[in-house]
Design a protein around this ligand. Structure first.
Ligand code: GLA
Length: 366
C-alpha cells in the first residue's frame, strides 16, 4: 500500500512536481530590482493530493517527520514550521479569488532544506500546481510565481524576492532563466554543452527568516534613501564613486548590488559567446563580492570555494542562494564534474569536519 493510502485511507487523484533551483549569478539583486540567472536542479518536490468535500486540510511530509497535521481553510495561523507553506498557499490562493475546498496532501522532496536551493519555492510551486489541477484553477505559470512570493512575504514572513518562485515555475532543466526582477521580463538561455555545473551543499544550513536576510534588505533600503533612488537597480557602475561615499557598511552593500547586476549581464554575454573562462571569472568575482562587500558568506563556504578554485578544471566557484550557509556552485570543464565534486567533498570534509553533499551532478547510483 502506498504512503498516501496508508495515511489518508484513499488514493491521491493528482500528482504534481516542482524542481529546486541553483542561482548561477545575480545574488541579492532580485529585491533590489536587478537581474538574476538561475537554473533548475534535478532534485524536486512532489505532491500527491486528493480534494475533500469539507474545509479540512490534512497534510504530511514524508521527507520530514511523516506525521499528518491538519488545519481548516479560513482559520490558517502561523506555526513557524513547514506546514506554514501549505497554509500560506491555501490562504493566498483563496485571498486571490480562487475557489478551493479542503484536501489531503502528501509531500515528498529531494531538495535539501536550508541548502540555498529553494526548497520552499519548490514546495509552494508544486502545491499550487497540484491544487490548480485538482480544482481546475485558471492560473498560468507566471501568476503562480507571483502568488508563490506572496505566500512567503505575507504568510510565512520571509521577505524573499521573486527569483525563486519565478525559476521554479518558469525554469527548464539545461537552461538558465534570465530575469529582470523589476520589469519581470524573462527568457531562457541554453547552458553550455561543453561545461559541467557542480553544486555542493556545505552541510551548514541557513535560516532566512532568522533576520540576516531581512537585515541586508533593510541596509539596501537605507542606501537607497541616502542616494535618493527608489531601488539600487537604478544605479550603474558609473555611480560607484557616489556609492563609495556612503557610510559603512551601506557603501559595501550597494557596491555589491551594482557590480553584481553588471556581472549578470556580462555572464549572459559570456554564455552566448561560449566563453567559459570569462563566465568562471564572473562566478569568482561574484563570490568575492558576496564575501567582502555583502558579507553573506561563512568560513565553511569560503573554504569550499577556495578548495574548488585550487582545481585547475574549475573555471569559477561561488556561494549560491541567500547565504549564511548553504551551497556553492562551480562551473567546470565538461565531463569532469563528478570527479571534481568527489575530490572537493573529500578535502572539505577533512579540513572542516563538516559533511558535504553533492547535489549536481546527481548521484546516478542511488
Ligand atoms: C533567497 C531569496 C531570493 C534571493 C536570494 C539571494 O534565495 O529567496 O529571493 O534574494 O536569496 O539572491
Amino acid at each position: 500500500m502506498d504512503d498516501f493510502v496508508q495515511l489518508f485511507g484513499r488514493v491521491a487523484t493528482v500528482v504534481a512536481h516542482a524542481h529546486g533551483r541553483v542561482n548561477l549569478i545575480g545574488e541579492h539583486t532580485d529585491y533590489n530590482g536587478g537581474f538574476v540567472l538561475p537554473t533548475l536542479i534535478p532534485q524536486r518536490t512532489t505532491i500527491q493530493l486528493a480534494p475533500r468535500s469539507d474545509d479540512h486540510v490534512r497534510v504530511a511530509s514524508v521527507s520530514l517527520d511523516g506525521k499528518p497535521t491538519a488545519f481548516v481553510l479560513g482559520a490558517e495561523a502561523r506555526r513557524h514550521d513547514w506546514v506554514d507553506y501549505v497554509q500560506g498557499v491555501a490562504r493566498t490562493l483563496r485571498n486571490a479569488g480562487y475557489c478551493l475546498s479542503g484536501f489531503d496532501a502528501l509531500i515528498q522532496s529531494s531538495v535539501p532544506v536550508g541548502s540555498g536551493l529553494s526548497s520552499s519555492a519548490a514546495l509552494d510551486v508544486a502545491l499550487m500546481r497540484a491544487l490548480r489541477q485538482a480544482f481546475q484553477l485558471d492560473l498560468d505559470a507566471f501568476q503562480l510565481a507571483l502568488l508563490g512570493q506572496r505566500v512567503e512575504n505575507e504568510f510565512v514572513g520571509a521577505q524573499v524576492g521573486i527569483m525563486d518562485p519565478m525559476v521554479c515555475s518558469l525554469g527548464r532543466e539545461g537552461w538558465a532563466l534570465f530575469l529582470d526582477a523589476q520589469s519581470l521580463q524573462n527568457h531562457l538561455e541554453p547552458l553550455p554543452a561543453n561545461a559541467d555545473l557542480v553544486v555542493v551543499n556545505s552541510g551548514v544550513a541557513h535560516r532566512h527568516s532568522a533576520g540576516d536576510y531581512n537585515a541586508r534588505r533593510a541596509e539596501c533600503e537605507g542606501a537607497c534613501s541616502l542616494l535618493g533612488v527608489g531601488k539600487l537597480r537604478e544605479l550603474s557602475e558609473a555611480d560607484l564613486p557616489r556609492v563609495a561615499a556612503l557610510p559603512e557598511p551601506l557603501n559595501r552593500r550597494a557596491r555589491h548590488v551594482v557590480t553584481e547586476n553588471a556581472r549578470v549581464l556580462k555572464a549572459v554575454e559570456a554564455l552566448r559567446d561560449g566563453d567559459l573562462h570569462r563566465l568562471g571569472q564572473l562566478f569568482n568575482e561574484s563570490h568575492d563580492s558576496q564575501r567582502d562587500d555583502y558579507q553573506v558568506s561563512i568560513a565553511e563556504i569560503d573554504l569550499l570555494v577556495d578548495l574548488a578554485r585550487g582545481d585547475e578544471r574549475v573555471y569559477g566557484a561561488r556561494l549560491t542562494g541567500g547565504g549564511f550557509g548553504g551551497s556553492i556552485v562551480l562551473l567546470v570543464r565538461g565531463g569532469t564534474g563528478r570527479d571534481c565534486a568527489a575530490r572537493l567533498r573529500a578535502s572539505y570534509e577533512q579540513q572542516s569536519g563538516c559533511k558535504a553533499t553533492i547535489l549536481v551532478p546527481p548521484d546516478v547510483s542511488s
